[in-house]
Ligand binder design. Structure first.
Ligand SMILES: [Zn+2]
Length: 475
């Protein structure tokens, strides 16, 4: 007797041979994949406590979103028209306009969105620059995500220089300024890691400085001089080693060369987001050090200069596709992002043979698992791996006829077509109905908290329709 069997589906296993099993079945026991084969084979071997019929449906590994932001869900589209100022607006808002409730409700909303889009594991960077003046904010995010049940990797670490950073604590309508140094940010990071370990084994933490060189780039694209960067990196490495963490952060050229030459920071446990404008030498460094790349095709940073995904893949670098969700202008729908990745790189090379459907499906499953170091447990449907599985309903006008399944999934499926989501053998959504929480009450509380937050952060003016919105070719 096994815990659960899924029968009669078309299995996109994403295993090493990329097997597709028609009239396929999976047996799940104690949260892991116990057996996999055809329905006839598995039916002859096992009885199950619970059976799901997946006729005319696709069964595939849960998607893995290798980069997104905690905090973004409640301020989607706010200030979308202000260009580069957006980063400082949201960064100030996170530091000065958010409360523990904000992070709790945002965590629930973001995880609910990911769940409904079939994302069973996602990175959540704690803000736009980590809110680590106090552990409460990170913990509340994790408590929110825990209610939904998907996996989360909380990315946290030091704030952006110069230090100390100013933050605001709210008690009701009363606010108080607080300051946190680089060292305080690291203490809070350790405190959160310790508490999260006890809270929920589906949540992991990763060290995430604001960028791979800690400081941002100058306006003319040089690495900003941070006088004691080596000392700060040593302090960060100490925490990474102590807690056996990975390193995950934004990085752009020429920071990668700087991180390799001056900081000795790259390696297989490092995943870098965006990686736009890379020099040839930097592509070689990433390949040589087995550093991973998270490509976010909807991120605005790729508009002025692209991430050389094709060149990185050709050099043997592991590249995943991420949402960078969900502000100011995107969602956590990874199916949409893999299509965006195909379109922008095909357009760049003026050649539709680039980024084949099979490759982009790998980039949100097996390659994404490898990017985050979970390849032994996640990313494919194979014996012994964790049972993180999604089922897609294909009986819809945009998905029928039922053939060329991997192509159909890559080109035509959207997040809303995901019908059932299982994490570690636990059914979190079935027939589009979310199991552990009341979806409507989360949406209502999100609406209320977003309205409070907009008022607290004085963001009302960024909700208005801006000048040049209608009838013009540009703002
Ligand atoms: Zn990001």
């Amino acid at each position: 007797m096994v815990d659960l069997m899924i029968l009669h589906g078309t299995l996109l296993t994403m295993d090493i041979q990329r097997r597709i099993i028609y009239d396929g079945a999976i047996a799940i026991e104690k949260g892991r994949i116990f057996d996999i084969g055809t329905t006839t084979e598995l039916n002859s071997k096992y009885n199950a406590r619970r059976i799901i019929d997946a006729s005319r449906k696709v069964i595939m590994p849960g998607l893995i979103d290798t980069h997104g932001h905690a905090g973004h869900s409640l301020i989607k589209t706010v200030a979308e028209n202000v260009g580069d100022d957006w980063v400082s607006i949201v960064e100030n808002f996170y530091k000065e306009g958010t409360t523990p409730d904000y992070w709790y409700i945002d965590g629930k909303l973001a995880a609910l969105e990911r769940l409904k889009f079939g994302v069973t594991c996602g990175v959540s960077y704690l803000g736009s620059c980590a809110r680590t003046d106090d552990p409460i904010y990170g913990i509340k995010h994790c408590e929110g995500v825990s209610k939904i049940g998907i996996r989360d990797i909380l990315a946290l670490g030091p704030g952006r220089p110069p230090y100390p950073n100013k933050y605001v604590e709210w008690k009701g309508n009363v606010s108080k300024e607080v300051y946190a140094s680089f060292e305080r940010n690291l203490e809070v990071t350790e405190d959160i890691i310790q508490k999260v370990k006890k809270l929920n084994h589906r949540i992991d933490c990763t060290m995430s400085p604001p960028s791979i060189t800690i400081g941002s780039l100058t306006k003319d694209g040089r690495v900003r001089d941070l006088p004691d960067v080596e000392e700060k990196v040593e302090a960060m490495k100490h925490v990474i080693e102590k807690w056996n963490l990975k390193l995950h952060c934004h990085a752009y050229s020429p920071q990668i060369k700087f991180a390799a030459d001056k900081l000795d920071l790259l390696g297989p446990h490092v995943s870098l987001v965006h990686c736009t404008g890379l020099l040839k030498e930097e592509i070689h460094i990433l390949a040589k050090t087995d550093t991973k790349v998270c490509h976010a095709p909807s991120a605005r940073s790729i508009i002025p200069i692209q991430c050389p995904v094709v060149e990185l893949l050709d050099a043997g670098v592991t590249v995943s596709i991420a949402t960078d969700g969900s502000s100011p202008d995107r969602t956590f729908d990874l199916f949409k992002e893999l299509r965006m990745a195909m379109t922008i790189h095909r357009t760049f090379f003026k050649d539709e043979s680039f980024m084949p459907p099979g490759k982009v499906l790998e980039m949100v499953t097996v390659d994404a698992a490898k990017t985050l170091g979970y390849e032994n447990d996640l990313g494919s449907l194979e014996l012994g791996k964790k049972a993180d599985i999604i089922i897609i309903d294909m009986m819809k006008p945009h998905l029928v006829p039922f053939f060329m399944i991997p192509q159909r999934v890559a080109y035509e499926v959207s997040g809303q077509d995901v019908e059932t989501v299982i994490v570690e053998g636990e059914i979190l959504m079935e027939n589009s109905s979310v199991k552990k929480v009341n979806e409507n009450s989360i949406l209502e509380s999100a609406q209320e908290e977003a309205e409070n937050a907009i008022a607290r952060g004085q963001l009302e003016k960024y909700l208005e329709i801006p000048k040049g919105f209608w009838g013009k070719s540009r703002y």
